[in-house]
Design a protein around this ligand. Sequence first.
Ligand SMILES: [Zn+2]
Length: 275
Amino acid sequence: MEIFRILLICGIMYLTSQILIVILKYFKNLIQSEQLIVEKNDKYFGLAFSVLLIIGFLYFQKKDVILGLQLGLLITLFWGLLILFIKFIVHISDMFYVKHQRIEGINSKGFKIAKGTKLKPYYWRDIKWIKFDKEKFRLIFKEKNKVVIDKKTQNLYLLLKNIPLGFKDFDYEYIDSFFSNLTTCVVCGAVAFNDSKCLSCSCTNWTNVLEKEYLNYEEYVKANQLEIFATMEKNEKFSDFKIIDKNFKFDSNWTPMVTKTEVLKYSEKEFWEKE
Ligand SMILES: [Zn+2]
């Protein structure tokens, strides 16, 4: 008889948690105003639960039935809280990712913003307006909500060059002159040098800070070129001093200050795995 009691308690506990999950699912659908879909399993759970309750009350002690119900409730609550906690952690880590967003898949239809593991598409036809904030160097546009693409966003420059004509708030002339005023970076060869910094490789002009670290500007340039053009593995193909940065043009007249041999020697010393 004892074994039947345990089976009854376990059965009620399991079915209670299943039914609570089904109810929560229905509530979620209702809130998101999605269509209610009653699955076959849901009906079976309901049926089995009712039968077990009737049997429990008729042939077993009331306290066993209530114990089963309580345990089911507790287990569901525990799982629910655990899932909420995991979602919360994921949300927190997503918040840190905001700064590391990047633009992908720019074409005549639109583009995508990648944030952490999420990829959200935007279509030009759905965008109501686009503005470029010159002060903070960021792009702001409105689709359903306002979206800000700050200057740390990867591929922002490529996006700026590809905004289709026709957005009356967007200063196309300013963007054109911005790109035509860029000069060739001594370090990486991209036409991406703006005022005192390269927008592609982040190298700068000769400054007081650099003076403390390097003998002269040539040494600074060489050190950065070794770093930028290095290969991470022995079998990796050498870039032949061409960095692929879709945001900027490459100056074909530019020449590096280091040789391929020097770069590979540096790579071997710094990055290649020792055999
Ligand atoms: Zn550069």
